[in-house]
Write a protein that binds this ligand. Sequence first.
Ligand SMILES: NC(=O)c1ccc[n+]([C@@H]2O[C@H](COP(=O)([O-])OP(=O)(O)OC[C@H]3O[C@@H](n4cnc5c(N)ncnc54)[C@H](O)[C@@H]3O)[C@@H](O)[C@H]2O)c1
Length: 326
Amino acid sequence: MAHCLVTGGAGFIGSHLVETLLARGDSVTVLDNLSTGRGDNLSHLSQHPRLQIVTGSITDQPLLSEVVREAEVIYHLAAAVGVRLVADDPVRTIETNIYPTELLLRLAAQRNCRFFLASTSEVYGKNPKERWNEDDDLQFGSTTHPRWAYGCSKAIDEFLALAYHTKFGLPVVIGRFFNVVGPRQVGHYGMVVPRFLDAALAGDPLFVYDDGGQTRCFAHVREVVDCVVGLTALPSACGRVYNIGSDHPITIRGLAEEVLRLTGSRSPIEYRAYAEAYGRDFEDVRRRVPNLERLEATLGRKPRLTLPEILSDILKWRLGEARPVT
Ligand SMILES: NC(=O)c1ccc[n+]([C@@H]2O[C@H](COP(=O)([O-])OP(=O)(O)OC[C@H]3O[C@@H](n4cnc5c(N)ncnc54)[C@H](O)[C@@H]3O)[C@@H](O)[C@H]2O)c1
């Protein structure tokens, strides 16, 4: 069994990953500064004998060197995330998402650790293709629009990771996540599913941006984590980029309707301009659908849960939660 470092392990996806790694017998060190993650996400595991939780930042170089010391596998998930957060603070996005990744890759190369890099569908920018393949062009908007800073920063991480693979033989796998959802995700940073569920349960309006015709694909975090762990263990996945998510698109309007149907809520759906939430410069991506052939060919599986199944699972967690999410 391996010793794993999970940066961002107190986050939404990270905490599910930590659970999976512990369940299969790995030892895990989490490094997280709890900026968007929550201590609560791991509180049920805090006494686990194979889990060490370090509260600190990946921008702290001595600390990063320290936590890498034992690691055989590194899952690098810590990042400035969320469209709103990123649009509000592009400097923090770049500082968090680029320099520490480079250092972590260097440290991993010295130890020849296996390395998983969490990237994002945002790297495709506004490529107008129906379904995005991993080798498609990245089409970002102008640098005067801060919203592209997130995708660009992750694209640079990908370049760095691939370069470390080519130059030093670092066994790295890159996963581009597409709208991962599930228990423990919160709506504070603009994430649409928890936002809609919270509004529906409270009887408040569900705010849909633009005309709601933009499409997304939602995948359950457990299936995504299964892909992450599976790919990271496979020598044939090294040095490659994978789309990870669901390939079943739904419009945001359709999502809002599905949330209302499932919760039985009588909340209205209200339409708003993006400018109200994100400023006048904001550009959205109308369609975001992955091609998952590479994932399926390598791993022999892909996320399959349907949206109603996923939403029911989140709702069960949401209703079973003893305390409100703060
Ligand atoms: N959720 C999605 O749909 C999605 C989509 C695309 C990509 N991703 C990527 O997946 C990863 C995990 O995202 P998530 O959805 O779980 O979000 P999250 O905000 O829950 O997780 C990110 C974690 O990183 C931590 N973090 C941030 N800055 C840090 C720093 N300087 N030092 C240490 N820890 C720091 C946060 O506290 C948080 O726990 C991120 O890299 C994100 O870019 C997620």
